[in-house]
Every structure is written in C-alpha cells, then in structure tokens.
Design a protein around this ligand. Structure first.
Ligand SMILES: [Zn+2]
Length: 93
C-alpha cells in the first residue's frame, strides 16, 4: 500500500524546505520542554549544528519560552492567560 500525498506539505516557518527541517520544527517544543527522547535530542542537536535556519528557530523559541517563564515567575499571571498559553502549547506540541 502506498501513501499518495495529493496536498502539498505545509510550509513551515523556516524556508529551507528540507524534510529534516520540518521534523526539527515539530520537535522544537518537546526539546525545549525537556520532554524529547534521547534519540530525538541527538537528531535535533546534530541537525541544528549544521542548519542555520533551525538553529535560529531554536534560539527564538527558547527565548520566547524563557521570557514566558520569567514573566510567570515575577508577576501573577491571570489564570485566563496562563491557561490559554498552556492550551496553545498543547495544541502545537
Ligand atoms: Zn534545518
């Protein structure tokens, strides 16, 4: 049985368009959250070493997460905001 892709693949944030990069983008969240498996981490970091686009995407993502974390620690975030952030993270993971 073969899978026929009639629809073009979704274009990810990075424009390098390599299939590896799409996988990297999908791994970003679990890598930063520390939920990735050893195998995924190895794959991720060896790719990021050789790919500028994914390296930049990782940096950006990590900064965003750190920013959110620091703001949550310093201020009391309204419950609405917090749960909406969490639901966004869950749906993109
Ligand atoms: Zn890449």
């Amino acid at each position: 049985m073969k899978t026929v892709a009639t629809k073009p693949n979704q274009v990810s944030a990075s424009n390098c368009g390599k299939p590896d990069c799409e996988k990297i983008v999908s791994l970003l969240d679990i890598i930063i959250d520390g939920e990735a498996s050893e195998e995924d981490r190895t794959y991720f970091f060896s790719h990021v070493e050789t790919c500028q686009e994914c390296f930049a995407a990782h940096q950006k993502h990590e900064q965003l997460k750190r920013f959110l974390r620091e703001n949550i620690q310093r201020k009391v975030v309204p419950t609405n905001l917090l749960s909406s952030i969490q639901s966004v993270i869950k749906t993109t993971a």
